[in-house]
Design a protein around this ligand. Structure first.
Ligand code: G4P
Length: 280
C-alpha cells in the first residue's frame, strides 16, 4: 500500500504555526501513545528550538500500559519531560500543571535574573490531526480557567487561556502533519484512523492489521471474533466476516464490511489496549 497524502491546508497551518511559535515559551507536543514516533513531526525540532518542550502520550488508555511506561522511559532518556494522559476522561490532567511549571523553570529563572517579574509562561499545544489536541485543551482548560481575551499589541487577535497565575495557553493548537518518508509510518497512522479511510484500500489495511495482531497480540482476534487466527490477513477477514455475519449475495463473505468493523473495533479500544510501535 502506498501513501501519498498532502492535504491542501497544510501550508496554511504550517505558516500559522510558525507565526504562533514566536509568541510562546513552551511547546506541549501531543503524540498518540499507540504510535509515539510515527505520530511526531520531525520539523518540530527545528521549529521549536530554544523553546521548552513537554511531550504528552495521549490516548494512553488505548495503548498497553507496559509499553506506555517503556515509551516514557525512552523519551526521558532523551532528556524530554513526558506525561501519560487520557484527555477524553481527564486522566493525567492533575499532574500537568505542575509539570508545565517544571518544564518552564529555567525560563522563569532567566526572566527573574533579568528583572522580569510576573510574566506568565506562554504555551501552545501542537500535534498531528486527530491526536486529541482540542480534547486536551478542553480537558485542561475546562475548569478553573478564564480566557484572557484579546490583547492589543504583541498578542493581537490571539486568545489565551489562563491556567494559573504563571501559565497561559494559546487556545488554538498548532497542527503539523506527519512525515511519510517511511511507508510503515503511513500504515500505522492509517491503522489509528489519522489518514482518511476514503483514500485507502480498507480491506488491504485491515488485512495488514490482522497480520500485526496475530504476530504481536496472538489470541486477541481469536477471542473477539471466536475464530482461528491465520497468518494470511485476508483469511482472517474472511473469518471475521463469517463470525459477524457480514455476507453479500450468494452468502459470500463481505470482506469490506468485515474490514470496516474490525478497524472500528480496534480504533475504539474494543480489541483491548494495543500498542503498534515499540521503543528500540
Ligand atoms: P485534534 O484536535 O487533535 O484534531 O483531535 P480531537 O481533540 O478532535 O480528538 C480526536 C478524537 O480523539 C476524538 O474522537 C476524541 O474524543 C478522541 N480522543 C482525544 N483524546 C483521547 C484520549 O486520551 N483517549 C481516547 N480514547 N480518545 C481520545 P472522535 O471519535 O472524533 O469523537 P468522539 O468519539 O469523542 O465523539
Amino acid at each position: 500500500m502506498y501513501f501519498q497524502w498532502y492535504p491542501g491546508h497544510m501550508t496554511k497551518a504550517k505558516r500559522m504555526m510558525q507565526e504562533n511559535i514566536k509568541l510562546i515559551d513552551l511547546l506541549i507536543e501531543l503524540v498518540d501513545a499507540r504510535v509515539p514516533i510515527s505520530s511526531r513531526n520531525p520539523d518540530l525540532d527545528e521549529l521549536g528550538k530554544n523553546k521548552a518542550r513537554l511531550i504528552l502520550l495521549n490516548k494512553a488508555d488505548l495503548a498497553e500500559e507496559k509499553w506506555n511506561d517503556a515509551w516514557m522511559e525512552y523519551f526521558q532518556k532523551q532528556g524530554c519531560m513526558v506525561v501519560k494522559v487520557n484527555s477524553k476522561k481527564g486522566g493525567g490532567m492533575k499532574s500537568i500543571q505542575g509539570v508545565i511549571q517544571e518544564a518552564c523553570k529555567e525560563k522563569m529563572e532567566r526572566d527573574r535574573r533579568r528583572g522580569i517579574l510576573n510574566r506568565p509562561v506562554r504555551a501552545m499545544v501542537v500535534g498531528i490531526p486527530n491526536v486529541g489536541k482540542s480534547t486536551f485543551i478542553n480537558a485542561l482548560a475546562g475548569k478553573a480557567c478564564t480566557k484572557t481575551g484579546n490583547r492589543p499589541g504583541v498578542t493581537k487577535g490571539k486568545q489565551w487561556i489562563r491556567l494559573n497565575k504563571n501559565v497561559e495557553l494559546l487556545d488554538t493548537p498548532g497542527i503539523l502533519w506527519p512525515k511519510f518518508e517511511d511507508q510503515s509510518v503511513g500504515l500505522r497512522l492509517a491503522y489509528i484512523g489519522s489518514i482518511k479511510d476514503e483514500i485507502l484500500n480498507t480491506e488491504e489495511l485491515a488485512a495488514e492489521l490482522t497480520g500485526f495482531l496475530v504476530q504481536y497480540y496472538p489470541g486477541v482476534l481469536a477471542e473477539k471474533y471466536a475464530m482461528e487466527e491465520s497468518e494470511n490477513g485476508f483469511e482472517n477477514l474472511r473469518k471475521i466476516a463469517e463470525s459477524r455475519h457480514c455476507l453479500i449475495r450468494g452468502n459470500e463473505p463481505d470482506l469490506e464490511k468485515a474490514a470496516k468493523l474490525m478497524l472500528d473495533d480496534f480504533r475504539n479500544g474494543r480489541l483491548g489496549r494495543i500498542t503498534l510501535e515499540f521503543p528500540q
